[in-house]
Design a binder for this molecule. Structure first.
Ligand SMILES: NC(=O)c1ccc[n+]([C@@H]2O[C@H](COP(=O)([O-])OP(=O)(O)OC[C@H]3O[C@@H](n4cnc5c(N)ncnc54)[C@H](OP(=O)(O)O)[C@@H]3O)[C@@H](O)[C@H]2O)c1
Length: 292
């Protein structure tokens, strides 16, 4: 992929920042942010409101990238539920704007979607399973996926819960959990919410693999099913923190604006057939904890 020009949206976000930091040697990178200005070592950083189709068109036609890694999103399901209009703008209209501009120059679009397009009742989910979201974030991701998949150079990468080093403005669930435990504060975690979480570095490998293979639609995950409570215990083990600070709870005991699927484990047979090596979840957690 040497010397290719790429645009990465969501450069100030958790995944976007980690992605750019990892790929600056492979590509000529322009990273775009929205409200959080970000310095990107060895990459150009620019503001862009993806809801504004003229701005999107102009930027993409000026830069003429080979690939657009479209990682920007209102990614918090509760925020999407509470502000459906604003989140629809960013998640659906913004994605359509990116696809329309990409079409005009023939650029590839690699879009990050989510395991939350599924209702959680029939895991594990493969690419052949029909999405059935139970919250607005999931609905918006499904609509955005359709816009990307209708484009011949569109690639949709579905990702599960992620963890890894934080960006200057955004982190994963790991950081607050570790901070609470280190401060000897109690933490309550669901033992009935199952995911197949992925480290940011493995998600980045997946994004690059999907781009190289024109994968159309592909799932990436660690391939290991775990609930949040078990994940918390692993954190305690690896950082030598007090496990008694963690209490189990059930989803139904807590009310959130957005409904939460019980088990959205992702099947990664297709990813493996493309050469993806998920590694081991334990190794990935240990790696991520080095950056806490
Ligand atoms: N984190 C996870 O566990 C997870 C799991 C599955 C899938 N995903 C997906 O992976 C992708 C990256 O997630 P993330 O955790 O890195 O998200 P994040 O940390 O919340 O970052 C979101 C990024 O989107 C940008 N953005 C939001 N609205 C925008 C707009 N209207 N115009 C331009 N940029 C806008 C934000 O820019 P500013 O901050 O500058 O405003 C920020 O850079 C998303 O597509 C998300 O849905 C995430």
């Amino acid at each position: 992929m040497g010397n290719k020009k790429i645009i990465v949206t969501g450069a100030s976000g958790f995944l976007g920042f980690n992605f750019i930091t990892n790929v600056v040697d492979k590509f000529n990178v322009v990273g775009v942010y929205h409200s959080h200005k970000v310095e990107l070592p060895r990459a150009t950083s620019q503001p862009l409101q993806i809801i504004n189709n003229r701005d999107v068109d102009q930027l993409i036609n000026d830069i003429r990238p080979d690939i657009i890694f479209h990682l920007a999103s209102v990614s918090n399901p509760n925020q999407c539920e509470n502000n459906p209009g604003a989140s629809y703008g960013a998640n659906v209209k913004g994605t359509r704007n990116i696809v329309t501009a990409a079409k005009s120059i023939g650029a590839k679009v690699v879009f990050t979607s989510s395991d939350l397009v599924f209702d959680g009742n029939n895991a594990p989910y493969s690419e052949k399973d029909t999405p059935h979201p139970i919250n607005r974030y999931g609905e918006q991701k499904v609509e955005a996926e359709q816009a990307v998949l209708e484009y011949q150079h569109g690639v949709v990468v579905r990702l599960p819960l992620m963890f890894g080093p934080k960006s200057p403005h955004s982190g994963s669930f790991l950081q607050p959990t570790v901070n609470f435990l280190r401060a000897n504060s109690p933490v309550t975690l669901f033992d009935d919410e199952y995911r197949t979480p992925i480290s940011s570095r493995k998600a980045i490998e997946g994004l690059l693999l999907a781009a190289e293979n024109d994968a159309s639609l592909v799932h990436f995950s660690c391939g290991e099913r775990i609930n949040r409570y078990e994940f918390g215990l692993k954190i305690c083990d690896y950082l030598n923190l007090n496990k008694n600070l963690i209490t189990k709870s059930k989803q139904e005991e807590v009310e959130f604006p957005a409904s939460r699927p019980g088990d959205t484990s992702l099947d990664i047979q297709k990813a493996k057939s493309l050469g993806f090596n998920p590694g081991s979840l334990d190794e990935e957690i240990k790696w991520a904890l080095e950056y806490i």
